[in-house]
Structure formats: structure tokens, C-alpha cells
Design a protein around this ligand. Sequence first.
Ligand SMILES: Nc1ncnc2c1ncn2[C@@H]1O[C@H](COP(=O)(O)OP(=O)(O)OP(=O)(O)O)[C@@H](O)[C@H]1O
Ligand SMILES: [Mg+2]
Length: 245
Amino acid sequence: MMMPAIRLDGAEAKFGDVVAVVPITLSIATGEKVALLGPSGAGKTTMLRLIGGEVRPSSGSIELHGRMIGDLAPGRELSSLVGMVHQQFDLVPNLSALQNTLAGNLGRWSLGRGLRSLVVPVDRHMAISALQRVGIDDKSAQRTSRLSGGEQQRVAIARVLVQDPSIVLADEPVASLDPARSKEILGALTTDSPDQQKTLVASMHSVEFARDHFDRLIGLRSGSLVFDSPATDVTDAMLDELYRI
Ligand SMILES: Nc1ncnc2c1ncn2[C@@H]1O[C@H](COP(=O)(O)OP(=O)(O)OP(=O)(O)O)[C@@H](O)[C@H]1O
Ligand SMILES: [Mg+2]
């Protein structure tokens, strides 16, 4: 493989005595679309947070495009490489959909410009076009606290579209959406920009959806890799085993 977009080398995550992700070694190529599957508590969110630099590995290391994650400056440098859509959308409830979307620029902007954008939305066209891509530009002025769960999820996705990192991490990005909308949103997340092949790693609850729309499926259970295979090679038996109670 050429230099991978993501490389985990014995990366482990512990919270106190709880091992959330056992040491994992794997690489994800630039442009690959990877779904993380597994039962609740399997470690999907934690693995995404390790890759996004939000959780420090308790052992091992993580590289993004060949750079050790700990060496990347938070803000501008990290946010151009990696962005995350959280399971809890992490929006500011009192701000409008448009303002929350614009916050995707915060990593790139100076503090002054960032603060000003909260008062007077600058770069509106960029945010509006992201809201159009996820189908809620008609709600751009609405306070986020007054949007439905699925609409809030789409604002969170619009925000990462504005951020435009080379690696997109998404924690159950379509959990609150109907199937038709899910397909559209996933399309927006996986469309490669002309100058950049995007890498996507998303945790998914819908196995069917993951099989249809992702290249590679990673099964996690109790923090361990159960399988890591091309989507076409994952059998029903492997999935039954993964979700067995
Ligand atoms: N901040 C934290 N502090 C302590 N324990 C945590 C923390 N975050 C996660 N854990 C624990 O780590 C394990 C993995 O959690 P994680 O959130 O990664 O699972 P998940 O696969 O995303 O589950 P779900 O499908 O319910 O979102 C769980 O046992 C969880 O309780
Ligand atoms: Mg989770």
C-alpha cells in the first residue's frame, strides 16, 4: 500500500481500567470507505475518537497521512486532515443551522474571524451550499434546538462538509434518517472533491446499508477486531457471530 491515510500501530484505548479498544494494527488507504460494525459498547466511537485525535492511545500509535497524530497542531493542521461527525451532534442549540454549519471553518480561521462569524455569518455561500447538499437550506435560519433529530444530524454533516478535511470520521451519521435521505447524505459524505480523494470511516448500525455503500467492513466486539474484510466477503454468519448476545 502507498502511504496510508490512516495507520493504527498497536493502538489501544483505556478509560481507567476499562479497555475500550484492545491494541489494533491496521491501515486504511486514501479514498477507502470503511464501515465499523459491532454491538453497543464494542468500541466503535472510541476507535473513531482515537483516529480523530480526541482520545490519546494508552499504548501504540496513530498516523494520519504519515504524520504521528500527536505531532499535528490542533486547529488548522489537524482540522484540514481529519473531521468528525459525532454521535451526539455536538451543535450549539442557540445558534442557527447556518451558524453551526459555518463552525466547520473554525479550525482554519483565526480566533477573531471565528468569533465574528458567530455574529455575522461570513462565507455564507459555502455554508448554504453545504446545507443544500444535505437538503435543509430552507431551515438555515432556524435555531438548531428547534430542528428535528434528523435535521440536526444533517447540520452536523453540513459542518464537516464545510470543514472539508481529507479524512471524514462519522459516528452513525445516518442513524436518525430515513433510508432515502440516508443514501443522499452518504452520497454527500463520500463524494470526492475534484482535487482530493476523501477517506471515510463511519460507524453504522444498519448492516444492510453498510454492505451496500462501503468498500470494507470492520467488525468490532468488546474492543477487538472480529473481522476486517472487503464488504463483498462479509457473510451473514460473520455478522450473526458479531452481534450474538
Ligand atoms: N469517556 C469514557 N469513559 C469511560 N468509559 C468509556 C468512555 N467512553 C467509552 N467508554 C467505554 O468504552 C467501551 C466502548 O464504548 P464506545 O462508546 O466506543 O462503544 P460503541 O461501540 O460506540 O457503542 P454504541 O454502539 O452504543 O455507540 C464501553 O464499555 C464504554 O462504556
Ligand atoms: Mg458509539
